[in-house]
Each structure stands twice: as C-alpha cells, then as structure tokens.
Design a protein around this ligand. Structure first.
Ligand code: TYC
Length: 113
C-alpha cells in the first residue's frame, strides 16, 4: 500500500515509522534527605563537657560550642548540625558513646529535616 499524495504532505514519519519528534520526560532530580543532629538538655551533664563534645565531634570553635551549649541549656535542645544519614548516625553514636563512657546522661538524637 502506498500513501496517497495528498497525505504525504503532512507525514513526518520516516521509513522506520519513527516520527523524528524529540520528546523529553521531565525527571525530577532527587536530592538525598538530610538529617538534623539534636542535642538535648539535662540537669547533670557539666557545661564544659558539652562544649568539649561540640568542639571534638562537630568541629566547632570554643565560642560556637559555648553558644550552642547555652542554647540547649536554656531552650531544652538545639540543632548542632545537618548531615547525610550516615554522617548524622555516626555523630550521634560518637556523642552517645563518649557521654556513656564518662557516665553523663547527655542525649543526642537525629531527625529527618
Ligand atoms: N543543663 C546542664 C547543666 O546545667 C548543661 C547542659 C547543656 C547539659 C547542654 C546538656 O546538652 C546539654 N549542667
């Protein structure tokens, strides 16, 4: 069967039946979820111990560490950093382990941002 001449004018298909019309599917780029690491207040952990933790495991300056420690002390908790799941998990484990080894009840948790 041949295509009648009057239809031939509009046809864009090539010999393979491909139209040659480019199509794009919009695929949303998924960024990996980030996790907030939270430090919780308690009545027993010494202030200087918390400052030391923030310097040691979160790379904060003494001044920054002191500021965040005071925020936790006054407000009950503070976000100390935002990380990928694996990094956040490691930080929480390091803090919890260090506090436990020093017999302080300090609590550190993470939550999805
Ligand atoms: N509230 C504690 C105190 O008065 C200090 C403290 C600060 C404890 C921050 C925990 O995450 C914390 N010694």
């Amino acid at each position: 069967m041949t295509t009648p001449l009057h239809m031939m004018a509009d046809r864009k298909d090539d010999a393979d039946g491909e139209s040659g019309v480019a199509t794009k599917t919009r695929t949303r780029t998924q960024r990996p979820p980030m996790y907030k690491v939270l430090l919780l207040n308690d009545d027993y952990t010494p202030m200087e111990f918390v400052v030391h933790i923030l310097e040691r495991f979160f790379g904060l300056s003494h001044a920054q560490a002191f500021e965040i420690m005071l925020t936790v002390h006054k407000k009950g908790l503070a976000v100390v950093g935002v990380f990928s799941f694996e990094v956040a998990e490691t930080k929480v484990a390091q803090v919890m382990d260090f506090a436990r080894r020093h017999q302080h009840p300090l609590q550190c948790t993470m939550e999805k941002e």
